[in-house]
Each structure stands twice: as C-alpha cells, then as structure tokens.
Design a binder for this molecule. Structure first.
Ligand code: PEP
Length: 251
C-alpha cells in the first residue's frame, strides 16, 4: 500500500485580517517546530493570502485558498483565477466546501470545473464531499457521496494530484463529530470508489481527510483509522494552541 503522508489543513473561513494572519502564523510556527511527517496547510481568506505567504516563507507550512474560479481571466467580477492564486504563493485550494454548496449554489459540475482548473495550474485541490443530516437519516450516504465523488472527479487522469475531504455537513461547526467508526466507514467507501475510477494507484495514494468538529482531543482516535489520512479543521484551526494540538497528534 502506498505511504500516505498525513495532512492537517486549517480552513479559516471568513476570519482573520492580514495582520491577524501574520501574528497567528508566527505563533503557530513556534508551536509546531520540530514536528515531522505531517503536511500542514492553512487556508486564509483571499485578502490575507499575501501576508500569510510572507509569514510562512522558509517554513514547511503550505498555503491554500478557499475557492477559485475556473476561467483563466476575464469579466467575472469578484472572482479569483487559478494563476492569481499561484502568483500569491498558494499550493492548494479548497473546492466544494459544503458552505459554498449550501450558500453559494456550487454544484458537482462547478466543483468539477474548478478541480480541473486547479490541476491545470499545478494547485492541489482539496475537494470536499459530505452528506447532510437528512441524507444520512434517509439512508442516502452512499448515493450522495458516490455522486459527489464521481462527478467532482469526472474526466481526471489517474495521475491527478489531489486531496479529498469527507465532511459530513451535520458535523461542521456543530461540535458533533462523526465517530471514528462512522468516518472510517465512509472513507473506506470512498477509497473503494476511487479504485474503479480514476484507478487503483490513485486510490491507494490519495489522501482522504476527515472534517467536522475536529479537536486536539479527538484527532488521535480519528487518525488511528486506516483510511483517515488527516483532517480539515475549521473552528479549532483559528487558535495556535488548538491547531498545534491537532498537528501534534503523534506526540
Ligand atoms: C470546516 O469548515 O471544514 C470544518 C470542518 O469546520 P469545523 O472544524 O469548525 O467543524
């Protein structure tokens, strides 16, 4: 089986100015110095990306945007193109977060276009999927996840370099975490799905993160599961203490 380096990514959502990003990252760097074998990524808002890029220079922390537009450039007021993210220092981009699907009308089709655009520009997409509580209670987990994964990855080659994040919508920002067993069940399902398309090699090397109220005190049990390769963290990624506690899950 391919070795999959764990990823701990912090999604800052609409929090932190550029100067707040700078001081947060200075503090975080101090708290995680010496940590090895974990890929750490932060996703500040667009307006804080330049200052965040400056603050992480020389460290191993990666920079992600929270969204992008699939076009190269043009008359798309308010949108940001992939090349602009590369230019500011991003190596990753979150795509299809449930808040974007829920509040900004993102569809599996637009997610797919964004994933392709990110890959074309050498950005690593962190593509999010997840079911709502109603879908879970209606026995639709498999159907929903399968559709989101298949459509989101439609047309990709087996060599595509991306990260998936399973984020049950009912667990985001609610304090309700999926149990490690509930999460592992879906991660395994996704892993099996990926074996069919894009293929077995893609399946065994692609990191699948869990997201939904991850904290320093539940990360260890999640990471103990064989198909959970890291976490996408919201609330607990905003304080250096709690985020470094998650990053240091091996301690
Ligand atoms: C998220 O926003 O991706 C997330 C998982 O948020 P939280 O950790 O706050 O549930």
């Amino acid at each position: 089986m391919a070795e999959r380096k764990p990823v701990i990514a912090g999604n800052w959502k609409m929090f932190k100015t550029g100067s707040e990003a700078k001081s947060f990252l200075a503090e975080l760097k101090g708290k995680i110095s010496g940590v090895q074998g974990v890929e750490v990524v932060v996703a500040p808002p667009f307006t804080a990306l330049a200052q965040a890029a400056e603050a992480i220079k020389g460290s191993a922390i990666g920079l992600a945007a929270q969204n992008l537009h699939w076009e190269e450039q043009g008359a798309f007021t308010g949108e940001i193109a992939p090349a602009m993210l590369k230019d500011v220092g991003c190596g990753y981009v979150i795509i299809g977060h449930s808040e974007r699907r829920q509040f900004f009308g993102e569809s599996d089709e637009s997610v797919n276009r964004k994933v392709k655009a990110a890959l074309k520009h050498g950005l690593i997409p962190i593509m999010c999927v997840g079911e709502t509580l109603a879908e879970r209670e209606g026995g639709k987990i498999k159907e929903v996840i399968e559709r989101q994964v298949r459509k989101g990855l439609d047309g990709l080659g087996a060599d595509a370099n991306l990260i998936l994040a399973y984020e049950p919508v009912w667990a985001i920002g609610t304090g309700k975490t999926a149990s490690p067993e509930q999460a592992e069940e879906v991660h395994l399902m996704i892993r099996e799905l990926l074996k069919q398309t894009p293929g077995p090699d893609f399946s065994s090397r692609t990191r699948i993160l869990y997201g939904g109220s991850v904290k320093a005190d539940n990360i260890k049990s999640l990471m103990a599961k064989p198909n959970i390769d890291g976490a996408l963290v919201g609330g607990a990624a905003l304080k250096a203490d709690s985020f470094s506690g998650i990053i240091r899950f091996k301690d």
